[in-house]
Design a protein around this ligand. Structure first.
Ligand code: COA
Length: 187
């Protein structure tokens, strides 16, 4: 399902090498994207494993799982042409690792999952643009909040979500993995 009006950005700025000055568009994934999403997640899992060693982050999921996610949630993609640079998912179903009592009660919460930007495209604003689209999409849903969990520790991206405006609401250890809970209230 394409977005009604495709949103395009021109990546620019001093942090971006000239050859990366390309038009990035955002769209909702279709079933045809499942293979490329699985490949992107595998590349990100591999890069995290090289950097931080084996962990939960080393398992990236299969194409079949990506397909199921596309069917049951809203998977947002950032792309340049046919190339997928980044992805995230918004779902109404609460992930197992999230304990709702830590979060501000809202009528409908969306859970942001599987945020990943291709290793070669990281640090160029793609993640921030995906979050902006997630927020826009959640407001239009409509939803009262976006909730997520991030790994607590060097491998986690908690600082990235905090920079965008997500507030930390709790820290837990779920099945041996330390997590930080974040929420972005939309009301
Ligand atoms: C985390 C991730 C999604 C961020 O996407 P990105 O496109 O690299 O981020 P952006 O370029 O939009 O960065 C926006 C800001 O967040 C900061 N940031 C990026 N990754 C960060 C991290 N892991 N921790 C803290 N801050 C981070 C950037 O420095 C940048 O700040 P600046 O504007 O002051 O320079 C991406 O790096 C990624 O996929 N990493 C590997 C997978 C992962 O960690 N997923 C989340 C698991 S909890």
């Amino acid at each position: 399902m394409p977005l009604a009006a495709p949103i395009r950005w021109h990546i620019s700025g001093s942090r971006v090498p000239a050859h990366r000055n390309r038009n990035v568009s955002l769209a909702v994934a279709t079933e045809a994207d499942a293979g490329a999403i699985a490949e992107l997640r595998a590349a990100v899992a591999h890069a995290l494993t090289l950097m931080h060693g084996e962990g939960h982050w080393s398992a990236s999921g299969t194409e079949k799982e990506a397909l199921r996610e596309i069917r049951t949630s809203r998977v947002i993609l950032a792309r340049v042409g046919a190339e997928i640079l980044g992805t995230l998912s918004l779902a109404t179903k609460k992930p197992w690792a999230i304990a709702p009592e830590y979060f501000t009660p809202v009528t409908r919460a969306l859970y942001l999952r599987d945020m990943a930007v291709a290793p070669a495209a990281q640090g160029q604003g793609v993640g921030r643009r995906l979050l902006a689209e997630a927020e826009r999409s959640a407001r239009a849903w409509p939803a009262g909040a976006i909730r997520l969990d991030a790994y607590d520790g060097a491998v986690g991206a908690g600082g990235f979500y905090a920079q965008y405006g997500f507030k930390e609401v709790g820290r837990v250890v779920y099945r041996g993995t330390p997590l930080i809970y974040f929420e972005l209230l939309l009301t």
